[in-house]
Design a protein around this ligand. Sequence first.
Ligand code: GLP
Length: 242
Amino acid sequence: MEVVIVPQAAAGGELIAEAMAQLLRRKPDALLGVATGSTPLPIYQALTAKVRSGAVDISEARIAQLDEYVGLPADHPESYRSVLRREVLEPLGIGMDAFLGPDGTAEDIQAACEAYDRALAEAGGVDLQLLGIGTDGHIGFNEPCSSLASRTRIKTLTEQTRIDNARFFDGDIEQVPHHVITQGIGTILEARHLVLLATGEGKADAVAATVEGPVAAVCPASALQLHPHATVIVDEAAASKL
Ligand code: GLP
């Protein structure tokens, strides 16, 4: 695992956007796994700037979703599909035909999860997977004690994650769904390159457990230690407990 400490979030965003641009120059139809949350926004802004300046051509790129709420209609503004459309696809000029994501409204959620794992494999696998990290060390929505070999499946959110995510639902925890679909940790580990960005002091404990702790299901992100090509980019605040 490579750990890079940057002075602030914007520098991390620029570094990762450049890694994505280099990948796209090498492989124009790369499958980019993207994450939601506040942390990756500087990455998307930096990548959008590169695309608009002509520094990279993203017209053949494909985008894959990491996780999704169960039960929110796809056009709900906080479904992750909507969030990604707004924050990633539209700014980058990528159409929904180049987008892969699980169906959080399916009647048979288990079948939808299996179908998504199959779709990722049939698409050739994720080339670069962006990850954020929860304050409890979760990646995607793999909460602590998720199996390190898990596949895409339904999970129940912890109270802490619902509290953390209530800010996207007018601060009202009652509106935050209890259930989610997430790529499993085993699924995530199949991506060719994992890039985790963590910023701010609130992530310092989770980052320390990820980088210096044992590989253990209590800290799902520690599974990155098992990956042959994992990069963890942290600002000084998130690195403060390393
Ligand atoms: C959610 C998402 C994760 C994300 C995490 C942290 O739980 N499912 O993919 O990493 O939030 O979000 P933020 O970057 O806003 O702290």
